[in-house]
Design a protein. Structure first.
Length: 332
């Protein structure tokens, strides 16, 4: 049922996990990806998709990149935490698939990208239902014969939960998760252990929450977001004030992939990660009750969603997506 992916070998001098992780979205790669994807993005349609969460309507910002009006193959891509549908790694994957003839739906999670004003309640990582229902509304308006789903980091976690809960309803042919957190509590521990990642997410998330509160100050009864020096303190405050969960442990468990969470997964699925991921511990894979539909692929190197395979800064992950999607092509 599954396809065997090619091995990943980083080029000489580029095997460091942090370098792989950083080069995926920083340095010269954003410029290259923006230039190479300009033909695709010039034709992008900006969409507001209707989703639902606990019977409440939600609007999500998305971009539709149509390779061919007669094309019946759709790749749906989800970014990671504090990324967006315009993130370098997502544009790279989208453009790679677009050039192979796929239509692309790049979907922003709530309160990511330029979407803070669209919903009166705040994003949290458990909201997979609103993504699956937004995808369903898109497919109702723009039917395709084949539907593929892929996500990066937190987006990969979303992708696997969506596939387990609604994969058959959405008619997914295959799903791929690249470096998804299996135990989010451990991912937070890893982020806290490295000052580079800790400071990055503290600054980015703080700015995002302040932007949200600019549009909806009533979320904190008109109050301002306190300044936090420690990411876990911000997380504890966020969980307590802006989610229905009592504490961080309960919140993390609500979107974890371990245990029986993926038992209902029937769609051919791939979880791709690396042993040297500095954010997502590879040891957490042992907590998965792996259904037969899920293939786990672990590379020795690659960092967190990096997998830069040459000095041109091309992504091995992009090639894997096209191989997986083409392997599971509906030929009937």
């Amino acid at each position: 049922m599954h396809t065997d992916l090619p091995p990943f070998f980083p080029p000489k001098g580029m095997g460091n996990a942090h370098l792989q992780s950083i080069l995926n979205s920083m340095g010269p790669r954003p410029w290259k990806v923006t230039r190479n994807s300009s033909a695709m993005t010039a034709r992008s349609q900006t969409l507001l998709l209707e989703g639902r969460y606990e019977n409440q309507p939600v609007k999500l910002l998305a971009y539709f990149d149509q390779a061919d009006r007669s094309n019946q193959r759709l790749a749906i891509l989800l970014h990671g935490w504090e990324g967006s549908a315009q993130s370098t790694y997502l544009l790279s994957a989208a453009n790679h698939l677009y050039r192979q003839g796929f239509n692309i739906l790049r979907l922003n999670l709530r309160d990511h990208g330029e979407s803070f004003h669209l919903t009166p309640t705040a994003f949290n990582s458990t909201l997979s239902e609103e993504i699956s229902t937004a995808i369903a509304s898109f497919l109702k308006a723009s039917p395709h014969r084949e539907h593929y789903l892929a996500g990066y980091s937190l987006g990969g976690n979303f992708a696997l939960r969506i596939a387990a809960d609604a994969g058959e309803i959405l008619g997914l042919s295959a799903v791929t998760a690249i470096c998804p957190p299996v135990d989010p509590a451990h991912a937070m521990d890893r982020i806290m252990a490295g000052p580079m990642y800790r400071n990055y997410f503290l600054d980015k998330w703080s700015n995002s929450l302040r932007t949200k509160l600019h549009y909806y100050p009533e979320l904190l009864n008109g109050g301002m977001l306190p300044r936090f020096e420690v990411l876990t303190d911000l997380n504890d405050f966020f969980v307590r004030e802006l989610t229905p969960y009592g504490n961080a442990e309960e919140y993390f468990a609500a979107y974890a992939l371990y245990g029986d969470r993926l038992n209902n997964l029937q769609v051919p699925a791939y979880l791709i990660t690396s042993e040297d991921d500095p954010i997502v511990p590879v040891s957490d894979l042992t907590k998965l009750n792996k259904p037969p539909s899920l293939r786990v692929v672990v590379t020795p190197r690659g960092g967190h969603c990096g997998f830069i395979e040459n000095y041109r800064l091309d992504s091995w992950g992009d090639r894997c997506l096209s191989q997986i999607f083409n392997h599971h092509r509906n030929t009937t």
